[in-house]
Design a protein around this ligand. Structure first.
Ligand code: NAG
Ligand code: NAG
Ligand code: NAG
Ligand code: NAG
Ligand code: NAG
Length: 295
């Protein structure tokens, strides 16, 4: 029944975002880091960025697997990566001061990656993935990326909803109304794996600046930080600019609002799923996710 589907969608959104909200964020004062962007591999057709709290061994293995199959891959860290590992130009960081220039005070990795992307004008399309996304074999990621290589959509996402009477229950809608982002443009998307275009990145930058000037006009108590939730902001700014937003083919993807257990993964594998979220442990069933085969 349609209403069960809608309740299901709302439930998934709600719990997923609740978990996101309670994710621990550190706010160490950090030094400014300058990165030399490596010369782009001409053979690589896709760019991907893993969004990670820290560059853990697990994250670096996933990065390595993506690079190995020809993806121009990076990790955007939520903390200064040099605290944890040797600096490479694949490990990215944007400090809190740089975020503050855009009025982004929540210091989230999603804000860091967008501020970084504002300035990477050579990137037309980029896949973003959270660090608890994994796969049975990295070739399944390349297959998905390839499938949309010729698709010009500005946002490819796991799910997209629009503000309408059936979606009012989504808990991340702002409670305060702003003229610059009218309610009929409000949208929500599930972005644990998503692709954004340069046009969408530019729209994001434009509206982050608009929100900052709006906030300066209003009293802070009147401002609603839900405007900054990436799950709201990304599709809503896309909608404002009339950009194309699509739900990608997720027939091989299993997304669960709690961390998947070994049993969940075993069942999903039996159902033909090959890409998983959220996986917080080193699953023996996904042992080949980051295996690099010698040529
Ligand atoms: C950094 O690199 C040096 C030499 O290449 C190595 O000895 C050291 O263990 C590395 N440190 C980390 C944290 O990876
Ligand atoms: C995308 O376009 C390229 C070049 O035109 C072509 O070789 C490739 O098969 C196309 N891919 C898909 C999935 O349509
Ligand atoms: C902001 O709040 C102050 C005191 O509460 C009030 O005097 C002022 O008019 C408010 N400004 C706006 C733009 O609402
Ligand atoms: C988006 O489309 C609407 C309706 O067609 C139009 O009024 C509006 O100007 C467009 N906005 C942009 C930014 O192109
Ligand atoms: C991992 O790959 C090896 C070699 O291709 C294969 O024999 C093994 O069954 C795979 N393991 C899992 C859990 O998929």
């Amino acid at each position: 029944m349609w209403y069960r589907y809608i309740i299901g969608v709302i439930l998934i959104f709600t719990i997923y975002f609740l978990l996101y909200y309670f994710q621990v964020h550190s706010s160490f004062a950090t030094n400014l880091l300058f990165y030399s962007f490596s010369k782009k591999d001409q053979t690589s057709r896709h760019t991907a960025i893993i969004l990670a709290k820290t560059p853990s061994v697990r994250v670096l293995k996933h990065l390595n697997a993506l690079i190995h199959v020809g993806v121009d891959a990076f990790v955007m860290c939520d903390e200064q990566p040099s605290k944890y590992t040797n600096e490479t130009n694949r490990l990215l960081y944007v400090n809190d001061e740089s975020l503050a220039q855009y009025g982004l005070n929540r210091n989230r990795v999603w804000d860091r990656v967008f501020v970084w992307l504002y300035h990477q004008i050579s990137i037309d399309y980029v896949w973003l993935m959270e660090d608890d996304l994994t796969w049975t074999n990295v070739h399944h990621m390349v297959d998905l990326f390839d499938k949309y290589a010729n698709n010009s959509a500005d946002l490819l996402s796991r799910n997209i909803i629009y503000r309408n009477p059936g979606t009012l229950g989504w808990m991340w809608w702002p409670k305060v109304f702003l003229k610059i982002l009218p309610e009929n443009k409000w949208s929500g998307s599930l972005n644990m794996l998503s692709r954004v275009s340069r046009r969408l990145i530019n729209a994001h930058q434009y509206y982050v600046q608009q929100l900052l000037s709006e906030r300066k006009k209003l009293n802070l108590t009147q401002f609603d930080n839900n405007y900054y939730y990436q799950e709201f902001l990304i599709p809503t700014v896309g909608h404002m600019f009339n950009l194309t937003m699509l739900i990608y083919d997720h027939s091989k993807m299993d997304v669960f609002f709690l961390a998947l257990t070994e049993n969940n993964i075993r069942d999903s594998l039996a159902n033909g799923k090959r890409i998983f979220h959220a996986v917080k442990h080193d699953s023996p069933l996904l042992i080949n996710a980051t295996v690099i085969k010698k040529k």
